[in-house]
Design a protein around this ligand. Structure first.
Ligand SMILES: *[C@@H]1O[C@H](CO)[C@@H](O)[C@H](O)[C@H]1NC(C)=O
Ligand SMILES: *[C@@H]1O[C@H](CO)[C@@H](O)[C@H](O)[C@H]1NC(C)=O
Ligand SMILES: *[C@@H]1O[C@H](CO)[C@@H](O)[C@H](O)[C@H]1NC(C)=O
Ligand SMILES: *[C@@H]1O[C@H](CO)[C@@H](O)[C@H](O)[C@H]1NC(C)=O
Ligand SMILES: *[C@@H]1O[C@H](CO)[C@@H](O)[C@H](O)[C@H]1NC(C)=O
Ligand SMILES: *[C@@H]1O[C@H](CO)[C@@H](O)[C@H](O)[C@H]1NC(C)=O
Ligand SMILES: *[C@@H]1O[C@H](CO)[C@@H](O)[C@H](O)[C@H]1NC(C)=O
Ligand SMILES: *[C@@H]1O[C@H](CO)[C@@H](O)[C@H](O)[C@H]1NC(C)=O
Ligand SMILES: *[C@@H]1O[C@H](CO)[C@@H](O)[C@H](O)[C@H]1NC(C)=O
Ligand SMILES: *[C@@H]1O[C@H](CO)[C@@H](O)[C@H](O)[C@H]1NC(C)=O
Ligand SMILES: *[C@@H]1O[C@H](CO)[C@@H](O)[C@H](O)[C@H]1NC(C)=O
Ligand SMILES: *[C@@H]1O[C@H](CO)[C@@H](O)[C@H](O)[C@H]1NC(C)=O
Length: 750
């Protein structure tokens, strides 16, 4: 099991993979049995004796655990710049020996994460003409942990950028691969700590041979590039959130996924290198223990150094609640919405009836009418396929003699590809698309209609001996319902800490156009030959760098703000979304939809620092020994219990409750005045969730100075029905700013 990139590049591809190879969601651990599996030994804060002392400690521990068979190669990698720990191949017996040694916080298998854009910024009211502080923007360095980068893309040219800021200590891993950095890409490194074998096609350098990392980096901080489009679609100026910000590339994802050990090695370096923000569009189903999760561990140490980590919520929303992947309280977890750009591919029948299907159809078949046949009428009988399978257009199920040169009507999404493989001209797929499903983009003419439209077409086919149809090249139109949460976007509640709401925020993650390596096909279909310098992608992978870009924008205006303050600014200024229009409400969209312009002037922030997180961890059952290893100081857990959750200064309020029982929760909060003038009077405006009473005391906060902190108490009292979630909000309003926190009360048994 591995981390993965959060961008299946096509809904169809995803389905084909699920049906066939079982690759997606595959479990099982890595490694070969001869040398044991590889494990990560996490030992908390940086070794005080320095890097050499850390390494010799690691060798010592291994020698003790392995005994006579110990060789220095057993130590695959040492984490020693920012935090302490190492990677090694170990047997079960050796694992238990090491786990008992002093200084060890956790030992966990080296699994893998998976890798889970022009229009999107304008859609959020963040136009090219907005107030920008280019000089300060160019001081912001964004660390992107992904599949590398295609450095030659126009999105990464460095015209007008001076040398990187003096604080930058990173570097460009040059030999042996001729990768060149510039003043835009200021650092680039690749990590493969636990497996010295590279798959065919993997560039042994920071170069991106996947496309994902290039797309994500360009979305966060790509330059302005005029005339960007995929085959003319989405035409406009491509740009990242902060076109002047610098990019530091940390390549942790390979053809065989993204290993935990490589992610941690990248954190160890990026924090020491001096990045300002870290963006991770990857994740996996991992332990609920934050300190067995490489992204939670890395982002904790990043937080300690003032660096905010922005990560993807995951793409498992269709599996239901509790599917959110990156849920540590110190990171910013991003859900995906569909934006208002939609692709329509018109289908016209021989009787002149027309249908607006949805697809990115880059093929122009010139309005020629082709015979149309229903997949169910063309089974591959010699292969023993029945009509009930061929109607789905499953692999090999169609009879080439019957479909050759025709358009095929199919009842499942795999029909977007299979008929063409059997000799058809194109296909019409009739399915009920999930909300926010990306537009299909197979290497053949296709249009995706609804089931109802499909049955109308089937009636037409049945009504004539000579049924014909054609599919137009797509045109770009508007999705009037947008923004709404994509069905694939992972849902809360937070699996580790129920009463801290996750995900935190939502941002565009469907049909996002951004830079693409010209040597990587634009879709993963086996028959794909199309290439482009820009490409559409979807996933919470694509949503995450939008928020990273916004965080960089906030950082450029407020370089001194803590990670929690930046996060608060982004969350409390989010545009509220509708619980009626979005199933699972806050568990789908968090605080709402990203509003980058608002985030630079939030009025108030809910700040928090390392001691606050430590207190929260104590309440979660971590003891003094553990928190002292993880944290910088001599923290001790004198406080225990759930109060530490409710009193943790989070910018949203969540209450888990037993259904039908009245619950009372008291939240202590403190807000810091960051408004322009010191004098401000904020009034609490409460919208109570149904069946719940919310009291705020005091109801008015009068500030006299910038930086002043004022406390208040929120009491939430009420009951929820079984299996239900009720939503409300608290807004601090001074007439200029609306500092909004969602309030969610839910049945903890759902
Ligand atoms: C269907 O065909 C595709 C493309 O050739 C292949 O990747 C996939 O594994 C096949 N699926 C099944 C269920 O055999
Ligand atoms: C190492 O990577 C190669 C190439 O992806 C792969 O074939 C091999 O199985 C990996 N080995 C281990 C132990 O994971
Ligand atoms: C590096 O570039 C030089 C000159 O362009 C070329 O001869 C050499 O093969 C390249 N090396 C690699 C590893 O790509
Ligand atoms: C379809 O429309 C074309 C042009 O508008 C017309 O010539 C043709 O007769 C129509 N066919 C039918 C079946 O209505
Ligand atoms: C028909 O089915 C058989 C058995 O699965 C397969 O070998 C053959 O390739 C199929 N024909 C086509 C055209 O898919
Ligand atoms: C089709 O089914 C028949 C009868 O069960 C069997 O003899 C034949 O081998 C099958 N053909 C294929 C391609 O599976
Ligand atoms: C069937 O359609 C073809 C092509 O549109 C046309 O040439 C032919 O005359 C039609 N035949 C009948 C019986 O309508
Ligand atoms: C702290 O917790 C760890 C792991 O849960 C445990 O092994 C250790 O004994 C605890 N220490 C104390 C002082 O309770
Ligand atoms: C932590 O405790 C040790 C020993 O009790 C002491 O030497 C050290 O100064 C303390 N550090 C801090 C930051 O308080
Ligand atoms: C408090 O937290 C513990 C776990 O630490 C949990 O079992 C318990 O249900 C929580 N109590 C309430 C009232 O939420
Ligand atoms: C803030 O308000 C106080 C009392 O109303 C007033 O004395 C003070 O001058 C004001 N300060 C600013 C900076 O407006
Ligand atoms: C709550 O949902 C679960 C799972 O969907 C279901 O089994 C249960 O019956 C539901 N309970 C109520 C009271 O609706």
């Amino acid at each position: 099991m591995a981390s993965r990139i959060y961008a299946p590049s096509s809904f169809l591809f995803l389905l084909i993979m699920i049906i066939s190879t079982g690759l997606i969601g595959s479990g099982g651990s890595h490694g070969n049995s001869d040398h044991g599996k590889s494990y990560i030994i996490y030992m908390g804060n940086r070794h005080e004796g320095g890097e050499a002392a850390a390494q010799s400690l690691h060798l010592n521990m291994l020698q003790q655990a392995i005994g006579s068979e110990f060789a220095s190669e057993s130590l695959l990698h040492s984490f020693k710049r920012t935090f302490n720990g190492f990677v090694a191949h170990l047997t079960d017996h050796q694992v238990s020996k090491i786990a008992g040694m002093p200084g060890v916080v956790s030992v966990f298998p080296n699994k893998i994460n998976k890798l889970l854009t022009t229009r999107s910024w304008d859609f959020m009211g963040f136009s090219q003409q907005r107030a920008r502080r280019t000089s300060l923007e160019s001081d912001v360095i964004i660390g992107v942990f992904d599949s590398g980068i295609w450095p030659a893309s126009e999105s990464f040219h460095d015209d007008g950028l001076g040398p990187p800021p003096a604080k930058w200590k990173g570097s460009c891993q040059f030999p042996p691969n001729n990768f060149t950095c510039n003043n835009k890409i200021v650092g680039a490194k690749f990590y493969r700590t636990s497996n010295s074998t590279f798959a065919a096609g993997d560039a042994r350098s920071p170069v991106d041979s996947n496309g994902h990392g290039t797309h994500v980096a360009a979305t966060a901080a790509g330059n302005l590039v005029g005339g960007a489009s995929l085959y003319g679609f989405g035409e406009g100026t491509a740009r990242g959130g902060v076109p002047s910000a610098r990019i530091a590339v940390y390549k942790v994802c390979w053809a065989d996924s993204c290993y935990f050990s490589d992610i941690l090695a990248a954190f160890d370096d990026a924090i020491a290198d001096g990045v300002d923000l870290i963006s991770l569009s990857l994740g996996a189903e991992i332990s609920r223990d934050h300190f067995e999760d490489p992204i939670a561990i890395g982002s904790f140490h990043a937080m300690k150094e003032g660096i905010l980590t922005v990560d993807s919520a995951g793409n498992d929303g269709v599996q239901g609640l509790y599917t959110v992947r990156n849920f540590s309280p110190w990171s910013l977890s991003v859900a995906a919405t569909a934006i208002d750009r939609q692709f329509f591919a018109q289908v016209r029948l021989g009787n002149n009836q027309t249908f607006q299907g949805i697809a990115i159809n880059t093929f122009d078949i010139g309005n020629t009418m082709y015979p149309i046949i229903y997949g169910g009428d063309a089974p591959n009988i010699s292969g023993n396929f029945s009509s009930s399978i061929s109607r789905l257009c499953a692999n090999n199920s169609l009879n080439p003699d019957l479909v050759r040169g025709k358009i095929v009507l199919c009842d499942s999404i795999v029909g977007a590809l299979v008929p063409v493989l059997a000799g058809a001209v194109g296909s019409i797929v009739a399915i009920d698309r999930p909300a926010g499903a990306p537009a299909e983009n197979p290497p053949s003419p296709v249009s995706v209609l609804t089931r109802r439209q499909g049955s109308t077409i089937l009636s037409y086919i049945r009504s004539t001996r000579n049924a014909t149809a054609t599919i137009s090249k797509s045109n770009v139109g508007k999705d009037e319902q947008a923004p709404y949460i994509a069905s694939f976007s992972s849902r809360g509640p937070n699996p580790a800490i129920l009463d801290i709401l996750k995900p935190d925020i939502s941002a565009p993650g469907v049909n996002v156009l951004a830079a693409w390596p010209p040597n990587v096909p634009i879709t993963p279909y086996p028959a794909e030959t199309r290439t482009s310098r820009f490409n559409f992608q979807y996933g919470t992978s694509m949503a995450c760098p939008h928020v990273t870009g916004a965080a960089a924008y906030v950082k450029s205006h407020h370089p001194k703000w803590s990670p929690a303050a930046v996060k608060s600014a982004i969350m409390t200024t989010a545009v509220p979304m509708s619980p009626e229009a979005n199933p699972d409400a806050e568990f789908a969209y968090g605080s709402g939809h990203l509003n980058p312009l608002g985030a630079i002037d939030p009025g108030l922030v809910y700040d928090a620092g390392e001691p606050d997180y430590v207190r929260l961890l104590c309440g979660q059952g971590y003891n003094t020994t553990a928190v002292q290893m993880i944290a910088r100081d001599n923290s001790s857990c004198w406080e225990r219990g759930n109060e530490t959750v409710w009193d943790f200064n989070y910018p949203s309020l969540a209450v888990s409750a037993t259904a039908e029982e009245v619950v009372t929760r008291v939240f202590n909060r403190v807000v810091t005045n960051v408004g322009g003038s010191g004098n401000a009077s904020y009034r609490a405006v409460v919208e109570s969730p149904e069946g719940v009473r919310v009291r705020v005391s005091p109801g008015v906060l009068g500030f006299r100075a910038v930086g002043e902190r004022l406390r208040f108490v929120v009491t939430v009292e009420g009951a929820v029905a079984a299996n239900s979630t009720v939503s409300g909000s608290l807004v601090w309003d001074d007439g200029v700013h609306k500092v909004r926190s969602p309030i969610v009360v839910f049945d903890s048994a759902m």
